[in-house]
Design a protein around this ligand. Structure first.
Ligand SMILES: Cc1cc2nc3c(=O)[nH]c(=O)nc-3n(C[C@H](O)[C@H](O)[C@H](O)COP(=O)(O)O)c2cc1C
Length: 210
């Protein structure tokens, strides 16, 4: 969802979503993540300003022509009003070192895989709570370390606006590859070869007022 309403979402709901994400599996159980939940309008304004500066560079040349062509159907551009409109921005940081001594050595393992799973669990929990999200990755995201005062061993991984869709807006109806295109059984057999192709759902059901 890229068009959000400013309808509030309670902090208790955000806490539940982060608790769900924090229950994810991780390499050697290092839990190499930190979730910063931002609702302060001034902090959101600063994040939007910095993200849009990076996005302007991206659309003006950092992205190669193929990338811009791939993005065209989504209709995205350098304007990111949702970074201020959505009631919450949850900024996920990955940790490159484990500095919590009770959790073994300071090494961390499979950090991207672990944090990716945690983000997926966050998104699924938000969907089940009737909320809309966006997986937003302004690149580079270094500016978030400064604005959110995060330590040197953390790197911004994802910005997730969380809220309700703007009045009258629904998420784009984006198709997925059919099951037959993404699954093989054993060495090369496609599932259900004798049956007509079964499409995957086009997307998750739209958020609702649960
Ligand atoms: C790792 C990742 C990064 C993404 N970054 C952005 C982004 O910066 N801005 C944006 O508008 N959408 C971003 N997306 C959203 C994708 O464009 C979107 O998930 C995809 O087009 C499929 O659409 P759907 O999620 O609405 O089904 C990102 C998605 C992922 C998984």
């Amino acid at each position: 969802m890229r068009e959000f309403s400013d309808r509030p979402v309670s902090q208790a709901v955000i806490e539940h979503l982060i608790a769900a994400a924090g229950s994810a599996p991780s390499g050697s159980n290092k839990q190499p993540w930190q979730f910063v939940a931002v609702q302060d309008p001034e902090i959101k304004r600063r994040i939007r300003e910095a993200a849009e500066a990076e996005e302007r560079n991206f659309y003006a040349g950092r992205a190669n022509p193929e990338w811009l062509e791939d993005l065209a159907p989504l209709g995205t551009d350098a304007d990111k009003p949702f970074l201020e409109t959505a009631p919450w921005l949850v900024i996920v940081f990955k940790q490159l070192r484990n500095l919590e001594s009770e959790n073994g050595s300071d090494q961390v393992y499979y950090v991207n895989e672990s944090v990716g799973i945690a983000v997926g669990m966050f998104l699924a929990a938000a969907q089940f709570a009737g909320l809309a999200t966006l997986t937003h990755t302004p690149s580079p995201m270094k500016f978030l370390t400064g604005i959110l005062d995060r330590p040197e061993h953390e790197r911004a991984f994802m910005v997730i606006p969380v809220g309700h869709p703007a009045e009258g807006s629904t998420p784009p109806d984006i198709r997925r590859k059919p099951l037959e295109a993404i699954m093989r059984v054993d060495l090369d057999q496609r599932p259900n070869e004798d049956e007509p192709a079964r499409p995957l759902p086009s997307s998750m059901p739209p958020p609702h007022d649960a």
